[in-house]
Design a protein around this ligand. Structure first.
Ligand code: ZN
Ligand code: MN
Length: 137
């Protein structure tokens, strides 16, 4: 996990954390912005971005970066795995134990491991269903 240095608690950060803890959808910064604005109408998108960055740098939240697409944010800072639907963009937590010994395997090869992330890609159950119904027609 990332270093957990002290991060100053501001009202903005409290509201951002509340918003993130209230969803399981792994939202984008833009979605967080829309929600935070309901409580703090004058907040700017730039402020949301900066605070999300700071919170993730201090290990208070997880940033799930996906290359060229927008990062998604997760209030669950513990290591856990995700399923990403390639059709609808859904990102869900996988209710399964962390694979024991994975980081040690890599460390044995001489790398200094700080953390790891694991995502599975494919179709979520809904999209898989829609696809098979489409084929039946
Ligand atoms: Zn889907
Ligand atoms: Mn998650």
């Amino acid at each position: 996990m990332k270093p957990k240095g002290f991060v100053r608690r501001t009202r903005q950060r409290e509201v951002i954390l509340e918003v993130l803890r209230g969803t399981k959808s792994h939202p984008t910064a833009d979605w967080v912005y829309q929600e935070v604005r309901k409580a703090m109408p004058h907040v700017s998108l730039g402020t949301i971005y900066r605070n999300l960055k700071t919170l993730s740098e201090h290990g208070e939240i997880q940033e799930l970066a996906f290359g060229s697409t927008h990062s998604r944010f997760d209030a669950n800072k513990e290591i856990h795995y995700h399923f990403v639907c390639e059709r609808c963009g859904l990102i869900e937590d996988l209710d399964m134990p962390v694979i024991v010994g994975l980081e040690e395997e890599v460390a044995q090869r001489g790398y200094n491991v700080t953390t790891h992330r694991l995502e599975f890609y494919g179709l979520c159950p809904d999209c898989a269903n829609n696809e098979s119904m489409g084929k039946a027609n």
